[in-house]
Design a protein. Sequence first.
Length: 283
Amino acid sequence: MRTVAMITSTKNPRLVQARKLTQRKHRQRQNRFLVEGLQLLGMAVEMMETSTGRRKIVPGELFFCEELFTGPTAPRLLAQLTRAGAEPVPVSAAVLDSLSERDASQGLAATFALADMRWSLDELEPIIPPRPGLVVVLDKLQDPGNLGTLIRTADAVGVQAMILLEPCVDPFDPKTVRGTMGSIFTVPLVQTGEIAPLLARLPAWGFQLVGADARRGQPAWHSDALSGPVALILGNEARGLSPELHRRLSGYVSLPLHGHAESLNVAVAGGILMYEWLRMNTP
């Protein structure tokens, strides 16, 4: 399986380039992002067995250290990712630790092609009609932790897609990827700065455009705004929904604040609203 000599220097050019992937500009330049952790890599392998996953999830370098393997999972993932086209690169424990942001490395870290993971609206069209359900639109979110939590929750609810309105935090930021716990590989992600075409396409697919706004609309459980196919739009952490969105919305939902807090964290609010949509639309 070892196609190259073990890398023992943290100054090796491969490692230098891989460590740069913590920065967005280098992820874009290299067209790849780094993933570590057995659960995340296991989700990637699971999704690569689907027809969509085989097309969208493209592994690249696979850094591994057998010394750090503690059970059967890491060797199995190493073999599966290699069969899927990853290039296995043996490294020393110190080298893998230099790539890892975990307290203790689990012995594997892999890169994946970035551009292939992005979806366009045209690519979404075949998987949504004729049975639209719930999509989540995020308006210029800035916090990677919030985005990671929202992607993970969207996966749990069965959201059909998540659409990120730019400028937005990078979904392939290491903190975001970790926060998804592997759902970065399961939820179709669209990144776009063109709001008008999006707001025209979603109603054409059958979605109501519903905004989350603490000052407008009824509490979600006293409203029918989340009934049926919905594009739930969540605003920026500091500024809320953009003015151009308000003009196109068909309704609003809110969450009541009974204590002294002035607002809810967007990931918390989004999670509550996604599950309220699921409750209202589950027979």
